[in-house]
Design a protein. Structure first.
Ligand SMILES: [Zn+2]
Length: 927
């Protein structure tokens, strides 16, 4: 037929159909399918039962690019991984050709890459997406809605279902799968996809950690592309993100830029469901929110989670897919996982673990190694009530298998959401409403941060972290009188009768772990006040809800300088602000002294460790610079007309190094992050530098952050492979060689390295070891007199907050600490043993180790640490070793402990050996 005629006919036909309103009733022509896709996918799927009818086909729609048309391969092709920018380019190409897809630029990563969110839905949904966002915002904060109005909003609204891939860089599959998912939802004409497209708006984070994705893909193409089996695995690169690995899923205070970018997006879009895609266990674990569960979260959530996971498991078993299960992996205790931002804000966190090969190579995998998987878990291949069709013990596994499982699962979850969109929306609304109501009915009704605390900077950190998550904080205009006491005007009030009142409680309350016999995936304690050494009061007096409080947007405390004529010096009070070290570095070219004892000036008391900055430092513009720095850093200072009569020492700036193995860079990363945040310059050194020798000529202080499990791991690190594994930047692999370079990351520093550390200490250097790195000096004889033991297998302490007692309160590392008993995060460091003759002098802090000293979270077997040293200061040769059994720089969390490390750095050459005091004991045996 003549083409013009065809077109005329077609338009008449279209007009008729539109007029008669029978579009949906018209039986559609079967959609053209991509035969090449079906063939390829069948070939790459290693057994027929590893695929489902939802994903064994893909439509071809002229003019709309499938992944292959942009990437040059179908998703799941062996040996192919996509860089972040390539994935984003695909979504943009797709969005350019269909009104059903839109790409939003939402901010940047730590390394400056663009973060995007992709929205997929019906044309109508995408066209009106701002309206749909507004509906969800109304449901997220229903204070302005009556029940009647909320029903009207729900009737008009659609749920947003957010899916995230690529948070953990070695878990490579989700980023690939999501491109196909987006294309399928945008193009496929089938009952299930039409249902999803019409009733749900799907949003996608293609790569949650773009920096790590690019580094990993570089690494894959450089080292892993030829791997044939899991036995010849080269492992992964030394870094994913700029600072951290898996902890991007434990960043409870959103320190990392990339994580904060997503949080900001979340709070503007309010997706009721957020779904993280991970890879680990076979073949697919779908999270059901098992115990221990955080009881503060809405009970509705605990019904929703198994509702979804059971639907997915049921359907996939029906499709004949083995190995889908729902229980005995991750629990609902810690709120610090990234996707928890959803549960924390009255939505729903969902999560899968599918089976990945840490790349895109097809290989034989031993699923059941016969070894216990830890935590008392059973083999992942056993048949259990929650795993009626278990995975196989051995399998040839491919990227496409992984893609099939994930995509089928996500499509089922979307089908369920699309079948019950109003239920999802009602639940979201009800959970938000319940959060407000529970704050009116159930104590505690508020938390108060009393005004007048010495250090406002740690309070600012705490308050701003709450604000970042949308929690409302108010400042009381006048004095507050409640059952718990009287609090001055200006005190900060966090009321519970707000949409995120439950989250406030979760973050501020003491964690009461429900059952000593349960185990948990991450920390059991995170109470922000304890972690910050800030006073936060729980208020059970309901009248607090009526207190008038001005909303606080953000706390930016301005420092103050009091006093009259500053003719001699400035005194800067050491109240335990972590900004003290930043101040010292901002004044790095000036003489700054530390007062060794407290002193008074006018009405103010300056505790030991306070800085004294003499004014007469020629040409250094001291007054203006001190003033500016004090103000910006929120510190408290006074101008003095005479130098105070108190012993002092100069705060010299050390040449500082931080030592890192190649195999465990994450905890080092947290220390790097804290040092960067507080403006402390340092060299990051590895085995390569240590083995060069002459460390003392280059450094005064070397900090060895918590890493690995003990001294042996620190010294020998990654086991050598058949060939060197280079982590270097090349023309082709630009993301490698960042944050350190090595021609071969294996082998560790070895005994030769230990000898260099020994020379460094003997020649007058200060070695500081944190957490499990503290096994290293005792185990390798650097501190001959100290022993390092381990707790028994019965002991179990996943990150509780416990009491420790400061024994040498005049020691410089405790400058700024006013209390003798302080909360510390337990780090599972060594049980240190100090000879009796040295105990009085060398043990600076010890664990109380009583039941009541466990302040938050779980410590089972607390007696094993009773009176054990927590920090030991050992003189060796002309230098010394500071052994922290604690980790004073744990993630971005225990701000109250940071100063123990920072003080050590600033006072490195003024630490004196203390006199023995015979009235103290500090080991396992009580006197
Ligand atoms: Zn993961």
């Amino acid at each position: 037929m003549h083409s013009l005629l065809v077109r005329v006919w077609l338009s008449i036909l279209t007009a008729l159909i539109l007029l008669s309103g029978v579009v949906s009733a018209q039986k559609p022509k079967p959609q053209e399918q991509d035969e090449d896709y079906a063939r390829s996918v069948k070939e790459w799927t290693t057994r027929p039962e590893f695929i489902s009818p939802l994903v064994d086909h893909l439509p071809r729609v002229p003019g709309i690019p499938s992944p292959k048309e942009v990437l040059d391969h179908h998703i799941g092709a062996p040996g192919r991984l996509t860089y972040h920018a390539e994935a984003v380019a695909y979504y943009r190409a797709l969005a350019a050709k269909t009104p059903r897809v839109k790409v939003y630029s939402i901010g940047t990563t730590d390394e400056g890459r663009e973060c995007v969110v992709v929205a997929v839905g019906s044309e109508e949904s995408i066209r009106n997406i701002d309206q749909y966002r507004a509906y969800l915002a109304q449901l997220a904060d229903p204070r302005k809605l009556s029940d009647e109005q909320s029903r009207e909003v729900i009737a008009k609204a659609k749920p947003i279902y957010h899916v995230m891939g690529g948070l953990h860089s070695a878990e490579t599959g989700p980023t690939e799968m999501l491109m196909e998912l987006a294309y399928r939802i945008a193009t496929e004409d089938s009952p299930v996809i039409n249902l999803i497209r019409d009733n749900v708006i799907v949003t996608i984070t293609p790569v949650a950690e773009p920096d790590g994705r690019d580094r990993y893909v570089d690494w894959y193409y450089r080292h892993k592309i030829d791997e044939k089996s899991e036995d010849d695995s080269m492992g992964g690169p030394p870094y994913w993100g700029k600072y951290i690995f898996h902890d991007n899923n434990r960043d409870i205070n959103y320190s990392q830029v990339t994580m904060r970018t997503l949080l900001d997006w979340y709070l503007q879009w309010h997706p009721p469901i957020m779904h993280e895609l991970h890879e680990s266990v076979p073949f697919m674990y779908t999270f059901s929110g098992q115990a221990p569960q955080n009881p503060t979260l809405d009970p509705i959530l605990y019904g929703e989670l198994p509702w979804f996971s059971n639907f997915e498991m049921t359907q996939m078993i029906k499709y004949g897919m083995p190995g889908v299960w729902t229980h005995a992996f991750v629990d609902m205790w810690s709120p610090g996982y990234l996707g928890f931002m959803s549960s924390n804000h009255n939505g729903m966190l969902r999560m899968y673990e599918t089976f990945g090969n840490a790349g895109a190579n097809t290989m034989k995998r031993k699923v059941d190694s016969g070894e216990a998987t830890g935590g008392g878990r059973v083999s992942p291949t056993s048949r259990e009530w929650y795993r009626p069709l278990p995975p196989y013990k051995e399998v040839i596994w491919s990227m496409r298998n992984n893609t099939n499982y994930m995509e089928t699962g996500v499509l089922l979850a979307l089908q369920l959401t699309a079948s019950f969109p109003k239920v999802i929306l009602e639940n979201f609304y009800r959970k938000s409403r319940n959060s407000i109501e529970s704050g009116k009915k159930e104590a505690p009704f508020a938390y108060i941060i009393p005004a007048g605390q010495r250090d406002i900077t740690r309070i600012a950190l705490l308050v701003n972290t709450l604000r970042m998550q949308g929690i409302e904080v108010g400042r009381a205009a006048s004095e507050i009188k409640v059952k718990e006491g009287t609090f001055p005007a200006g005190s900060l009030v966090i009321k519970r009768d707000q949409p995120y009142g439950r989250l406030a409680k979760i973050l501020l309350e003491k964690q009461d772990f429900p059952d000593q016999n349960l185990r948990t995936y991450d920390d059991t304690g995170w109470t922000m006040g304890l972690m910050s050494h800030a006073d936060v009061k729980e208020i059970t007096d309901k009248s607090i809800l009526d207190v008038v409080a001005q909303p606080v947007d953000r706390l930016d405390p301005k420092g103050t300088i009091t006093g009259g004529q500053t003719t001699a010096a400035y005194a800067v009070a050491h109240y335990g602000s972590n900004n003290m070290i930043a101040l010292r570095y901002r004044l790095r070219d000036l003489t700054v002294q530390a007062a060794e004892r407290s002193f008074k000036d006018g009405g103010s008391e300056f505790p030991a460790g306070s800085f004294i900055v003499p004014v007469d430092q020629r040409g250094k513009n001291v007054q203006a610079r001190v003033k500016a720095a004090i103000e910006q850093l929120g510190l408290t200072a006074a101008g003095l007309s005479t130098q105070p009569n108190v012993p002092t020492h100069d705060l010299d700036l050390p040449r500082l190094a931080v030592y890192s193995t190649w195999g465990n860079t994450q905890e080092v990363g947290w220390v790097r992050y804290a040092l960067d945040k507080f403006e402390v310059p340092f060299d990051l050194i590895f085995k390569e530098r240590v083995k060069q020798g002459d460390l003392r000529a280059a450094y005064d202080v070397i900090v060895v952050p918590n890493q690995g499990r003990g001294g042996k791991g620190l010294v020998y690190d990654i086991e050598p492979r058949s060939k060197p594994i280079a982590y270097t930047k090349t023309e082709r692999f630009k993301s490698l060689g960042m944050y350190g370079e090595s021609e071969d990351i294996t082998g560790g520093m070895g005994i030769a390295g230990v000898a260099e550390f020994e020379k460094f200490i003997n020649a007058g250097g200060l070695l500081v070891t944190l957490g499990s790195a503290t096994f290293f000096p005792p185990e390798f004889g650097l501190t001959r007199s100290i022993d390092a033991g381990r707790t028994s297998p019965r002991f179990y302490a996943p990150g509780p907050i416990i009491e420790a007692e400061i024994l040498q309160s005049t020691h410089p590392i405790f400058y700024g600490y006013a209390q003798k008993i302080v909360p510390v995060r337990y780090a599972n460091g060594p049980l240190l043993q100090v000879p009796e003759r040295d105990r009085g002098g060398q043990v600076l802090m010890r664990f109380s180790g009583t039941e009541r000293s466990v302040l938050s979270g779980l410590m089972k077997g607390v007696g094993e640490i009773r009176n054990r040293p927590a920090i030991v200061d050992v003189p060796v040769g002309r230098g010394r070793v500071l052994l922290f059994s604690t980790n004073p720089c744990y993630r971005w969390q225990n701000f109250g402990e940071f100063n123990m490390l920072f003080n050590a750095v600033l006072n490195f050459n003024d630490i004196k050996t203390m006199q023995k005091k015979s009235d103290q004991t500090a080991d396992g045996q009580e006197k």
